[in-house]
Every structure is written in structure tokens, then in C-alpha cells.
Design a protein around this ligand. Sequence first.
Ligand code: PGA
Length: 258
Amino acid sequence: MNRKYRKTLIAGNWKMNKTPSETKVFLTALKTILPKGRWCDIALCVPSVCIPTAVRAMRETRVAIGAENCNANASGAYTGEIATNMLVDAGCKYVIIGHSERREMGETDAEVNAKVHAAMDAGLTPIVCCGETLEQRESGITEEWITMQIKLALRGITEDKVRKLAIAYEPIWAIGTGVTASPEQAEEVCQHIRTVVRKLFGSKNARATTIVYGGSMNEKNAFELLAQPDIDGGLIGGASLVPEKFVKIIEAANQPTV
Ligand code: PGA
């Protein structure tokens, strides 16, 4: 990470875990052990039904609440979907877009791009996800794949806007598997993402863009991953479900800029 030029972000992704009641219990516990320092931004992306509870519980804290998905349309006949202005009105600051689990359910690059635009227009910070499968890594096409995903996800985003989003590199083979990318592997791809952003938006913007790593990040491996120059934080699934583990990861982000 490099706090001189860009923000560090520690974001939880609860996925389809925790009820509103469980959210309340979690956040009560989290508040009592939350570090006071302000070395990083903290977000918790929770299931939509938990958003009101989470926003209420964390109102007086520095923990921002986010959603795990959104719809790109402003309103209308989209049964079961949630628009970005609804998320804003509910108190969300962040939204995860293009998570591999949603891409697996059929989300296309074009939809990801439309959602990024909708989220930014509404004033949300999108956490835009990309990542390769094990097969792609073993075939040696990781960089090409990531380049394509980033180019398509950020299509039409203007230079003044790109710093306001975060990018998450999440190798699919590392998500929920307990197999983490090594700090070197993660750094290599995060650095590559910054190069892609540089080519698209210029070096000042690339330097100011927050790029985080996700995929089995936990309280044990976080410090080493976050010590890498191009890893500006984490998107954390499993380990964000336990207050003590999540706090340890926040604490691991408290290190001098390299
Ligand atoms: P994990 O999930 O930390 O449980 O691997 C990360 C994610 O999918 O965002």
C-alpha cells in the first residue's frame, strides 16, 4: 500500500451470510473492539436486508456500509432488483460490482460496466472486481484476462472519476478456498492492474487508484499481503464474518507506507 498517494480500504463482503438480527450482534461486538486509528477506510458490504440495521448500528462510527450488488437501471420493472439511488437513500456508501460469484450467475462485462456507471452517478464507491480462474492462470493468460476485464468494466469512465472507485483483484481459485495468492502473485497482478489504469487514465490517476486484493485474506496473511506496494487493502469474505478476525485485518493495515 501507499498511503501517500491513495486510500487504503479494508472491506468485508458478507455474501449470503447473516440475518438482520445476527448483523446487530456482530456490529455490537465489532464496535467494542474497533481500533481508533484512522489509517484506512473501512467498509462492510452486507446482504440488502441487513443494510438498514447495519447503517443504523454504525452511524456514529467510521465503518461505511455497502451493498453486494446493484441494478444499473434507475427504476422500473426489474423484480427483485435494487437501484443505486435506493442504496444511497438507505445509507450505503459502497457497492461491490462484478464479483466472480455474480459473473458465475451470468453477469456480463457489459452489465458490470453499466453498473459501475450507475453506481458512480449515484455517488457510491464501486468496488470493481476482476480475477482469473486457475485454468486461465495455468494457461498463462492472467494478464490478458485482467486487462480485458478492467478495460470493459471501466469503459466510458472519465479521468476525473476513476480515482473515486476501487478495484479488487480476486483470483477465483483463491476465493473461499483457503488458498491465498502469495504476496508476490497478488502484487504482480495488482501492479499490472495499475499499469492498465495508467494506460487508460494517465499516471497521476493510476497512482491515486485504490487496488485491493481478495481471496482467502485472513488475520494471518493480511500483514504480508498489505505490505506489498500495489496492494491497497483487502476485500474479505470469510474472515469478515468474525469481528476479531476483521479487526486484526484492519490492524494489519496499520503499517508504514513502502
Ligand atoms: P474469501 O472471499 O475471503 O472468503 O475468500 C473473498 C471474496 O469473495 O470477496
